[in-house]
Design a protein around this ligand. Sequence first.
Ligand code: AGP
Length: 609
Amino acid sequence: MCGIAGCIGTEAALPFLINGLKKLEYRGYDSAGIAVYDNGNIIVRRKVGKISELEKAIAGETINGTYGIAHTRWATHGAPSDRNSHPHRNDDGHFAVVHNGIIENYLDLKKELMEKGHVFSSETDTEVLPNLLADCYEGDLLQAVWKAEKRLRGSYAAVFMTEKEPGVLVAIRKDSPLIVGYGKNGNYLASDIPALIGYVDQYIVLKNDESAVLTKDSITVYQNGEKVEPEVLPLTMDIAAAEKGGYDHFMLKEIHEQPRALRDCLSGRITPNEPMVNLGELKLDREKMASINKIMMVACGTAYHACFVGKYIYEKILRIPVEVDIASEFRYRDPIVDEHTLTIVVSQSGETADTLAALAEAKKKGSHILAITNVWESSIAREADDVIYTRAGLEIAVASTKAYSTQLLSIYLLGFYMAEICGKMERNEIKQYLDELYRLPEKVQEILDRDPDAIKVLGETVAESENAFFIGRGLDYVVALEGALKLKEISYIHAEAYAAGELKHGTLALIVDQVPVICLCTQRDVEEKMISNMVEVKTRDAKVLTFVFEGDNHGEKVSDTVIKLPNTYDLLSPILTVIPLQLIAYYASVKRGADVDQPRNLAKSVTVE
Ligand code: AGP
């Protein structure tokens, strides 16, 4: 979704602003713009389309000002166009603003401001901000921002500047992330860390309802009008984390980073030959666990699919009923949640608005909230009672890969942790699973190294079709859901996942000559049933592409292609089976010439409901 970058220092601002926007491209956008204070004026340039269009528009211009703000817009109110792009100025041009989020009461504010004579030139909600600010301004930008903020409803991260008060940026944050940072040549801000890498040594994550004043020499943070001492964190992330590192796409790089990401996720949490998971930092103790009679897992998209794996695992090993819900549905259906419910929210970004709202709803109902997230100090991490960080590292491709596999691993760790504390499994059995979890990064590496061309061929075969189906039983079915989503979002092929036993209740009608059906067949207790379902599709002339564990020869007669995966316990299979499905989607997308890392209409972090 939208991205913000800004800086104020001693050197020309433009290079950072453009570079910062490029580092935020992965969030998804349809237009971009900058505002730089130069020689007494705020120069604004905005362009629909890619950042390269904006660069073309300003090529040849000399813009030397040392502070400014920049924005990538993902249209919500008003179509993508030059005039709807940010930064927005007030009608006389003295105030400029960039804004992420939605001003829910903008129509009322706009009407009121128009009655006072303000003139609007865009269809956006954001344009009320600079005009409201101009209306509130009495010689002090910070005071005017605070006065204007009292009138706002909705979610926002916004940054303001004015020609009337040179040398100052004012930032505010409510339900939309904003980070400010100290650098060598001044001070910076951005909606996400990648924009700051290489410029900033230390950063502060603004909390909800905080505001910050940036000058070239200082950053001051306020809460309710009072100065506060914010927590300052070191920015240790290497520039390489935000680069492709020799891969054609971030998605492929991130798929290949999974062995490392999984190892990081395990690090310090399990030790070989120990039957225990170390998650001692959790407030979820034995007493709390004993009071839990239901687990609610809530998330969106890929993270929602990770929750389904959680349901299968937790119900099996903990014998506690687990409900899984889509975050955008959860809060509107008056879910049955109380102090005896453990709510687990899963989110890569930790900023997904729907998941955040679901978290708030569950919290209101007295539930203990445990977040599984990749982003340190994200809104979801901060609002939860407990957090397990997935430690996947920066994920830039819109299609989530290493975030998903580390979410799964975190779900397993929590499950075995609770099983041990609550005495739900024999310690020896837990030890066997933990030892195998320890070996999984190596097995993922084996899948990536073994025969990459075979999976590439599968991806390219799937690319020739307009439809594809993914089938499986048990845990294979829930991984199939993720395989289908991956394929849909980056290759635009219509893909569906089905529990294999459900095919004959309707979907079999769609199985026609040569349609690819990707079959996951790793769950040994339902293997025979699964083979029967594969026969059903093969009989209808589908192209049957099958994944099984090594040593299993059952699928061969009924498949066009069989790929063998390193063996593991059935219970742990999702961490392995998802890898080839990610690769199939990747190669199908490349073959179709689609934009792998930034698929159409999608954004990495969905910060509006
Ligand atoms: C994943 O490939 C998707 N792009 C998307 O479904 C994503 O998982 C979803 O938007 C949730 O995001 P989150 O994990 O950051 O909350």
